[in-house]
Design a protein around this ligand. Structure first.
Ligand code: ZN
Length: 244
């Protein structure tokens, strides 16, 4: 079974559609979503509908919680807060209830999914050796998928802090997952921040026990145009072109 692991869609419909098409071409039969379906972008309803239709496992992230008022907007930077306030105004009650009912972390068979980190699944960024080392003590499975930082990586459990490394996925090459415990981040569908503006997701092949990073070009100008129509902050639209 091939699973498309997606995260941080952020209401970017053009990016999500491109990822869904690419996943179909690569033979994925299921989607796992690590949260932040909404926030930042212009199309929350359509993105929620597509995720609900396809994802067999789904988490909620800090922006989802900000948009429905569970996390106070003061905890976000001003641009993210403005986008979450706009999202909160347009969400339907039924969409709000769906987001409220999602977990921020779950375990399914031999994998853990957490939006941010397994230690603190809503806010903590797994970007440093210290946090990565601590993270391995907070899940019991071999694999843990996290999102939130919008930066794709694979981090094998090291023997010591010095051995802790955030490895990049080789372009187009599947990575053999082997026996090691691993934390994997698929990057962001709707707002990549690793300098590559293409949508990012992971293709997890459970039969081959391998993962492959996919980068998918999408119509960035279309999303920027829709953001302008919605009156979302200009710099949130601009950054999409730079992947930052
Ligand atoms: Zn996010």
């Amino acid at each position: 079974m091939k699973i498309a692991v997606i995260s941080d869609i952020h209401s970017n419909l053009a990016a999500l559609r491109a990822v869904i098409d690419d996943a179909a071409r690569t033979g994925a039969t299921a989607f796992w979503c690590l949260g932040d379906i909404v926030g930042y972008g212009p199309d929350p309803h359509e993105c929620l509908a597509l995720v609900r239709e396809r994802a067999t496992l789904c988490l909620r992230g800090n922006h989802d919680l900000g948009a429905i008022g569970v996390v106070p907007l003061e905890e976000f930077n001003p641009y993210a807060a403005a986008a979450n306030a706009w999202t909160g105004r347009v969400l339907l009650d039924e969409e709000r209830a769906f987001l409220r009912g999602l977990p921020s972390m779950l375990t399914w068979e031999d994998v853990t999914l957490a939006h941010a980190s397994p230690r603190e699944p809503v806010w903590e960024y797994v970007l440093s050796a210290t946090v990565a080392m601590a993270s391995f003590d907070h899940f019991q499975t071999r694999l843990c998928f996290v999102g939130h930082s919008h930066v794709p990586f694979i981090c094998p459990e090291p023997a010591s802090m010095r051995g802790c490394a955030f490895l990049q996925f080789p372009e187009q090459e599947p990575v053999d997952l082997g026996e090691r415990r691993l934390i994997l981040n698929p990057g962001s569908v709707g707002q990549p921040r690793d300098g590559d503006p293409r949508a990012s997701y992971l293709l997890y092949d459970r039969d081959a026990d391998a993962a492959r990073l996919r980068r998918v070009a999408y119509d960035i100008a279309e999303t920027q145009r829709r953001m302008g129509e919605a009156g979302l902050p200009r710099n949130l639209a601009d950054r999409l072109a730079h992947g930052r």
